[in-house]
Design a protein around this ligand. Structure first.
Ligand code: ADP
Ligand code: ZN
Length: 734
């Protein structure tokens, strides 16, 4: 005990003096060759220090060197870092993701070696142990601390066990009652999971199928079920099976900020919290967690998409919760990837099962189920017989909200009436509007000028809190001007359209007695703020909550009996491939908030398009026709999942430079049967953060591969200075 055992070294050892390829965590074209230093043979996967120019960097032994550089000019490798070598599966994942996303493998490796500080030997962890010096004054609290400190414990843990404060522990240490000793590095035993709740027959069958897959190699299973059907409960069972088999589990979630209730639930079920991983984590926590994952002491990790690249020592199960969520697509940064899809790839590399959970699975996943590539388990009912809410449409053409005595109104009469009734019955109301701020557009009444972001194709959004105008794409902000910047008219600027803050004004006018709160990403900055809001709702300190999509996600609000969707059509406009699908998913999720407990819920959706197949599907509670229509249109146009698609994005400081490079690319586009190139076109955000953008799309059949074509297409092109060309394979939206 006390020794951390690393996996046995790879048999393909490279002897001192031989040529070795080392991949560095940098966006270079490939691995660099070195010569194995005199001290030790190297094995693939080991993390080794090498010189690069004047720097010394930690890279990963990728295999025997094969480069063209003369052996005599190669530099020797240095010290091997004290971390477990990257497994073969992990190295294969890096190569695969790089090839698929057309990114440098070193850029992918950088995500794997996420925290350089983790690659050095950890300092010995110190704990406190009881000492019994002469003449120590013994209070009752001190006796408790000393009793708890017969074994070395971290200070915080000691305070917790003794039921006292960290300050009391520190004072006792200062008085000589506690001494510092190294903590044993022993693997903490994962407490045997207590039995979960009694599952319904459907849940038990699903849990059985998912649990039986543990240890049986790679398989992907869709876990589909309406909100509240117990998907989380069911995959917790699969986690319990993986832990029994002494394997680690990765749970990918779309947004870590929204997982506070999930974390509490996990801890209640398993008696210990999971490790958490996301880009906002502090350096010390990153270092600790990365090592715990690599050494196999972190049993369960829940994280945002970047957790996908953590080097698990003994992976046994991968779960992607809310698999349909757009947040799994990483759109900027060094590597553009879809974390859900790469999770499936990782499952294949590691030979472990993958669970994709959703109430509204993506068309891609549905197609994979239909084709037999993925399995499916289904939970058709809400747990405990809770009924699904009834959904009704409010036709805004028949019930225009118009002007009320307090000004422009956004709530139509049927919704106002439903709110009145709900409040009278002591129910809670959620109004959903996916627009932060006060008003999405500010316009001059005198000259018609609209206030736009100076560096993006976007209107500035007014935020009354702080009296500012903000660009939601680049973060540009400015105080709201007194006069029109175009014509100089005084007091002529007017707010157009509603944001959640403006809706809150209307609610305050119409229902002055109701206690209300606004919930948007800018008003709920932290997991604590979200938890507080949910608590206020649960404890009935709020009657009406007005929110954006931050409220739509997975939260359980027992008293919520009415959900009003203020603008159901928002998101349906434009030519986006996924506009319909995404709006459907979002509205389903919002509707799912209503009536989860004993009281049935109802949902009112305000729309200008009551005949739209999506609205019809929601009103009828029957998605099949809508999904089939969406699916069919993808099939007919050869779009994903029925074809392969990539976007080539050209960006430049001037529109002309962007246009010229895009035209050059179009002129040299590959011409082959089955290959189609569309564009160049201006994307919706033709100007973003001061850069002008043009976009080309390349499409092929499912049985063809785009990557070699794109590589051959782009390789001869050297973009002029300042012009950037990026490839987005499987673009989410455009
Ligand atoms: P989903 O993930 O599908 O939205 P959850 O797993 O969150 O569903 O379940 C919804 C609610 O019902 C949760 O509060 C959960 O604890 C409860 N629940 C689900 N299944 C059971 C069960 N078999 N026994 C007790 N409670 C359950
Ligand atoms: Zn901007």
């Amino acid at each position: 005990p006390g020794e951390t055992t690393f996996p046995a070294p790879d048999p393909a050892m490279l002897a001192p003096g031989s040529r070795v390829a080392v991949l560095l965590p940098l966006p270079l074209a490939g691995a660099y060759d070195y010569v194995v230093g005199p001290d030790q043979p190297l094995a693939p996967g080991q993390v080794v220090e090498v010189p690069l120019g004047r720097r010394r960097l930690a890279g990963v032994v990728w295999g025997p060197g094969a480069g063209a550089v003369e052996a005599g000019r190669l530099k020797p490798t240095g010290a091997v870092r004290p971390v477990p070598p990257l497994t073969r599966a992990m190295r294969a994942l890096v190569d695969w993701v790089a090839a698929y996303t057309l990114s440098p493998p070193g850029a992918v490796l950088k995500m794997v070696l996420a925290e350089p500080a983790a690659l050095t030997a950890p300092p010995p962890r110190l704990g406190l142990k009881a000492a019994h010096p002469e003449g120590l004054r013994l209070t009752e609290a001190r006796q408790k601390i000393l009793a708890a400190a017969t074994l070395p414990l971290p200070a915080a843990e000691l305070a917790r066990r003794a039921g006292t404060t960290p300050a009391a522990v520190q004072r006792l240490k200062a008085a000589g009652g506690l001494i510092e000793v190294p903590l044993p590095e022993a693997l903490p035993d994962w407490p045997a999971p207590p039995p979960g709740p009694t599952l319904s027959p459907d849940q038990a069958a699903a849990a059985q199928t998912l649990g039986a897959a543990i240890g049986q190699g790679f398989a992907v299973t869709l876990l589909e079920g309406v909100t509240g059907s117990g998907k989380t409960e069911v995959y917790f069972e699969a986690i319990a099976r993986a832990l029994e088999a002494d394997r680690q589990v990765l749970v990918l979630v779309p947004e870590i900020a929204l997982t506070a209730p999930w974390l509490a639930r996990f801890e209640a079920r398993f008696g210990a919290p999971p490790a958490v991983w996301h880009s906002g984590l502090g350096k010390a926590a990153r270092k600790r967690t990365w090592r715990a994952v690599a050494e196999g002491t972190a049993a369960v990790v829940v994280g945002a998409r970047s957790a996908l690249f953590l080097p698990f020592a003994r992976p046994g199960l991968i779960i992607v919760d809310e698999e349909h969520e757009a947040a799994f697509k990483q759109e900027d940064g060094g590597v553009i990837y879809q974390a859900r899809d790469m999770a499936v790839v990782r499952g294949r590399m590691e030979a472990v099962p993958v669970i994709l959970a959703s109430a509204t699975p993506s068309l891609e996943t549905r197609a994979n189920v239909a084709a037999g590539r993925y399995g499916r388990v289904h939970l058709p009912e809400r747990h405990g017989g809770a009924r699904l809410p009834t959904v009704a449409l409010v036709d805004l053409k028949r019930h225009p909200p118009g002007n009320a005595d307090f000004g422009r109104a956004w709530l139509a009469a049927p919704l106002v009436q439903a709110i009145t009734e709900t409040l009278a019955e002591d129910g809670q109301v959620m109004l959903f509007l996916n627009r932060r701020g006060y008003a999405p557009l500010t316009l001059c009444r005198a000259c018609g000028h609209r206030l736009a972001c100076p560096t993006c194709t976007a209107w500035l959004v007014e935020h009354r809190r702080g009296g500012r105008l903000m660009c939601h794409h680049c973060g540009h902000q400015a105080p709201r001007p007194e006069t029109c910047p175009a014509c100089g008219a005084v007091d002529s600027l007017i707010a157009c359209g509603p944001g959640v803050e403006r809706l809150a004004e209307e609610v305050a006018h119409r229902f002055p007695e109701a206690r209300q709160a606004v919930a948007a990403s800018d008003t709920l900055g932290s997991p604590e703020a979200v938890a507080r809001l949910l608590d206020d709702l649960a404890e009935r300190r709020l009657d009406v909550v007005i929110g954006t999509q931050v409220l739509a996600k997975g939260h359980h609000i027992p008293g919520l009996t009415l959900v009003g969707v203020v603008d159901g059509d928002l998101g349906l406009g434009g030519a986006d491939l996924r506009a319909g699908e995404r709006t459907w998913q979002m509205l389903h999720q919002v509707a799912g908030r209503a009536g989860r407990a004993e009281r049935p819920g109802r949902v009112l959706i305000q729309t200008h398009l009551p005949d739209h197949p999506l609205m019809q599907a929601l009103a009828a509670g029957d998605d099949a026709a809508f999904l089939e229509l969406e699916n069919e249109s993808r099939r007919l146009t050869g779009m994903p999942p029925y074809g392969r698609l990539a976007a080539i994005i050209v960006s430049a400081p001037s529109a002309q430079a962007a246009e010229e490079t895009a035209m050059t690319l179009a002129a040299h586009a590959p011409r082959q049967p089955g290959i189609e190139v569309l564009g160049p076109a201006e994307p919706a955000l033709a100007l973003l953060r001061g850069r002008h953008r043009r976009r080309l799309l390349i499409k092929c059949r499912r049985d063809q591969r785009l990557q070699p074509l794109i590589t051959a297409w782009l390789a001869p092109l050297t973009p002029p200075p300042g012009v950037r060309v990026t490839v987005d394979v499987d673009p989410y939206s455009f």
